[in-house]
Design a protein around this ligand. Structure first.
Ligand code: SF4
Ligand code: FE
Length: 481
């Protein structure tokens, strides 16, 4: 059995020689970087929980390729039950980390490519699916974490890839060789990229016939020559360099660590190329990946929301407001919003269907609805958490002031709550709320897995308006074709 422990995952990252930059400096070791380490700890929970008896059924699955027990994050969905377990697993890991654990993007990339390579081969007689299966076995057997890299920088958003003044704004093939291809461009906002073993690249949008160079999908080890990562900033990130309780979620951080991944003439051998020029399948691959990633948001975000609901319940107790009826009502509203997202994720999974390759796929209309809800409900959950917690989460002095020999007593005294609760506990829970609900976390819930407008396009496409119109006309007694 090839299931890594959390520690084995972390150790395995030491063998990778990624070129990562942050704050204008090369990061010598991502594992030892205080900026990146919390994200690594969160991803490590996807490994660690596979070994916990109470989560084993959710976090592992039986590979349909090898019959071995593998991480669910490397598994191809074989039933609607697998789809439902995916969501339950994500909620459980979200509850235990309070943040993004990043491994789902590669998971969704694997599942999207599994079905699309099968359908491409069936139509064109290519051999992408067999190449992909070889890669999938490698990922399953070695329990690897992959980054699912879809989003291109996009330059001028009004122009298609081939019309950009700078052609690098969309990742593309710049050379076809006997032994493989050379690609150039970048992928933006790459969650977990700097702590993944593999990068799975896919196109970012449907493409026209003149855009063959952009219809490219492949996987390369994350430390392949020519890939440069520039790590993104987050709200309050320098607090990690101080190692203080002001971070809120000291061990796991907030949101996933995101990076810009630049591909500067990167060579990809043919056996790792899963699409090259099939423009007619680019849109389908994007749709499959996006639907599966949008399915997730009522899983991971509900798990994270569970922690926020718990935090406001605790802070209300510390503040002495827990029995106020408006506070209880706001907590109820937060629960309602979180469970509505969860309902959608469970529903789109239960309503999933079998694809020609035999793998299962969630209902796209419902999956897009889940993500659309997350773009609003997370903001509302966070807004209510600020309302209940009070202004102190935005004005707290630092841990250094709390521990200061002269003025510490003032912080201790004037930031206290009800009698008997240590001030430090109130500060800790306030910091947790502040960080879990701050800028970067909010924007991620808006744009992660695609911006709201991308879901609205899918909602319109999937809603079958002609059928709805027929229903209405029939009941209204209108006779036409
Ligand atoms: Fe996974 Fe995306 Fe949720 Fe992060 S935001 S935990 S990558 S589904
Ligand atoms: Fe995300």
């Amino acid at each position: 059995m090839a299931l890594k422990t959390g520690q084995q995952y972390i150790d395995s990252l030491r063998d990778l020689k990624l070129e990562v930059y942050a704050y204008g400096e090369r990061i010598p070791s991502v594992v030892d970087s205080p900026l990146i380490r919390p994200h690594i700890n969160a991803a490590a929970m996807t490994y660690e929980m596979a070994h916990a008896p109470e989560f084993e059924d959710l976090v592992t699955a039986t590979s349909h390729l090898t019959g071995e027990r593998v991480s669910r994050f490397t598994h191809i969905h074989q039933s609607t039950d697998d789809l439902v377990k995916k969501v339950k697993m994500m909620r459980a890991i979200g509850q235990n980390t309070g943040t993004c654990f990043q491994r789902c993007v590669g998971f969704d990339g694997l599942n999207a490519l599994y079905s699309v390579t099968f359908e491409m081969d069936a139509k064109n007689g290519t051999d992408y699916h067999q190449r992909f299966l070889k890669f999938l076995r490698h990922v399953q057997t070695n329990d690897l974490m992959s980054d699912g890299a879809m989003t291109d920088p996009k330059g001028d958003r009004s122009l298609s890839p081939s019309k950009q003044p700078d052609p690098d704004q969309y990742l593309r093939v710049v050379e076809r060789r006997e032994d493989g291809i050379v690609v150039r461009g970048a992928k933006a906002h790459q969650t977990g990229a700097v702590n993944s073993h593999e990068i799975i690249v896919m196109p970012t949008s449907a493409l026209g016939p003149e855009e063959k160079d952009y219809a490219v999908a492949f996987a390369v080890p994350s430390d392949t020559k020519g890939i440069v990562y520039i790590f993104g900033r987050q709200s309050n990130d320098t607090r990690r360099l101080e190692g203080c309780i002001d971070q809120g979620n000291e061990k796991f951080g907030i949101v996933g660590g995101e990076a810009l991944a630049v591909f500067e003439n990167v060579f990809v051998p043919w056996e790792r190329v899963f699409m090259c020029g099939e423009v007619e399948f680019a849109g389908l691959l994007v749709e499959r990946f996006a639907t599966m990633h949008r399915q997730n948001y009522g899983g991971c975000k509900t798990g994270v929301s569970d922690v926020i609901v718990g935090a406001v319940t605790a802070v209300a107790e510390y503040n002495g407001t827990s029995s106020a009826s408006h506070v209880r009502d706001k907590v109820v509203e937060m629960i309602h919003l979180a469970e509505t997202m969860y309902c959608g994720s469970i529903a789109c999974s239960a309503e999933g269907h079998r694809l020609p390759c035999g793998a299962y796929y969630p209902n796209p209309l419902l999956a897009n609805t889940v993500k659309q809800n997350a773009t609003r409900f997370i903001y509302e959950i966070c807004r209510l958490s600020h309302d209940i917690a009070g202004g102190f989460i935005a004005t707290l002095p630092s841990e250094k002031d709390l521990k200061h020999p002269e003025i510490g007593k003032y912080v201790e005294k004037y930031f206290s709550g009800v009698d008997g609760v240590p001030t430090e506990n109130r500060i800790r829970i306030g910091r947790l709320i502040e960080n879990m609900t701050s800028g970067t976390a909010l924007v991620e819930s808006m744009h992660g897995a695609g911006s709201p407008q991308a879901q609205r396009i899918m909602l319109l496409r999937q809603a079958n308006l002609p059928q709805k119109t027929r229903l209405a006309k029939r009941l209204a007694g209108i006779e036409d074709a």
